[in-house]
Ligand binder design. Structure first.
Ligand code: KG4
Ligand code: ZN
Length: 340
């Protein structure tokens, strides 16, 4: 198989409709239509998400093909997100990918969204090196928080995961308590830059193995803020930066402690991060510090490939097709709770 394989990636698992064209491991286009509609509801509304995907999918794929300067007949492979995600949203991308594959007679490959976040590290660009196998990946998104032992492109094992909320949810739910718009993670990151990380302390989970829990932290944040609001109704606006910095410190320290523990337990010192929360500037900084202090090799993905995008789906599909010779059948369908 040549390394000039042209792959169309299609992503529609949550609230981003995305299509990308990859040639080899290089991105020719990566178009993302974000759905603003959810902002006013403080979270993703599944029914509205699938409707927006239906409106966006054709124009997004069309723009991806045109801006890559190729013809649809040049596509060698179509990769789509099978799951995990919102079923209605996944079905839009899945059905579209199947129809295009059928009408143009192009092979089809289904992709696991969480594995694709990890494989985004292998998209070619000149900013940083690709991770060496085996590595541990802290995969942190709006729906998942996992520590994954990555043996190879298609051989991965989850060795720790959240028992309740995901790290992204911890950011977004805390932001909602502070009255910030959805998704609040990037806003907490922004305000935290001006705040004091030690201004407030919140309860920390006590879990012995490599699993995570964030629901107690959310309750601790809500209780503290409600108590303080009774004394000062402007407490949040008067302390927004310090609150954001302290909340961010709590979430990030939970993540850093666990990935360090996983490295000590497994003896693997190549450590990567992936998923939407890996865009967080403080998490990136603390992970680099962890690497320096412990002699770990740290891999941080390019900012634009952290949050949901179809370039990561295309690269994951390419590896499945080229390394394992896997082609997906039309009878295969979307799966909201897809595991590895
Ligand atoms: O991977 P992703 O785009 O979608 C899912 O698969 O869930 O992750 C979205 C999550 C949201 O919870 C969002 O608030 C969070 O990633 N996020 C951040 C930042 N950028 C995105 N959280 C903290 N700091 C950021 N800079
Ligand atoms: Zn994601």
């Amino acid at each position: 198989m040549t390394d000039n394989l042209i792959v169309l990636g299609i992503e529609s698992s949550c609230d981003e409709t995305s299509a990308a064209i990859l040639k080899g491991s290089k991105v020719l286009s990566n178009i993302i239509a974000s759905q603003k509609i959810h902002e006013e509801y403080g979270g993703v509304v599944p029914e509205l998400a699938s409707r927006a995907h239906q409106q966006n999918i054709i124009p997004v794929v069309d723009v991806a093909i045109k801006s890559a300067n190729i013809d649809k007949k040049d596509i060698d492979l179509i990769a789509y997100t099978k799951g995990p995600g919102l079923l209605g949203s996944l079905l839009v991308g899945t059905s579209f990918a199947k129809s295009l594959s059928f009408s143009l007679n192009i092979p089809l490959v289904s992709v696991n969204h969480m594995q694709a976040h990890i494989l985004a590290h292998f998209i070619e660009h000149d900013e940083q090196e690709k991770p060496e196998f085996p590595f541990l990946c802290l995969t942190v998104s709006g729906g998942h928080t996992q520590i994954v032992r990555v043996e190879n492109y298609n051989e991965m094992k989850i060795i720790g995961s959240t028992l309740d909320d995901a790290a992204g949810e911890a950011f977004d739910k805390s932001a909602k308590v502070l009255g910030l718009k959805y998704p609040g993670g990037p806003l907490i990151d922004k305000y935290a830059k001006e705040g004091n990380i030690n201004a407030f302390t919140f309860g920390k989970p006590k879990i012995d193995n490599l699993d995570f829990s964030f629901s107690g932290l959310k309750t601790s944040i809500m209780n503290k803020i409600n108590t303080l609001l009774q004394k000062d109704k402007n407490f949040i606006s008067n302390n927004l930066e310090d609150l954001c910095a302290s909340i961010q410190e709590s979430i990030v320290s939970i993540l850093i402690d666990k990935i360090n523990k996983a490295s000590l337990q497994t003896g693997i010192s190549n450590i990567a991060i992936a998923g939407g929360v890996s865009a967080n500037s403080y998490l990136r900084k603390k992970l680099i510090e962890l690497g320096k202090n412990n002699n770990y090799k740290i891999y941080i993905p390019k900012f634009e490939y952290c949050t949901d995008n179809a370039a990561m789906i295309a690269i994951a599909g390419k590896y499945k097709f080229q390394t394992d010779d896997i082609v997906t059948d039309f009878s295969e369908t979307a799966s909201a709770r897809l595991s590895f």
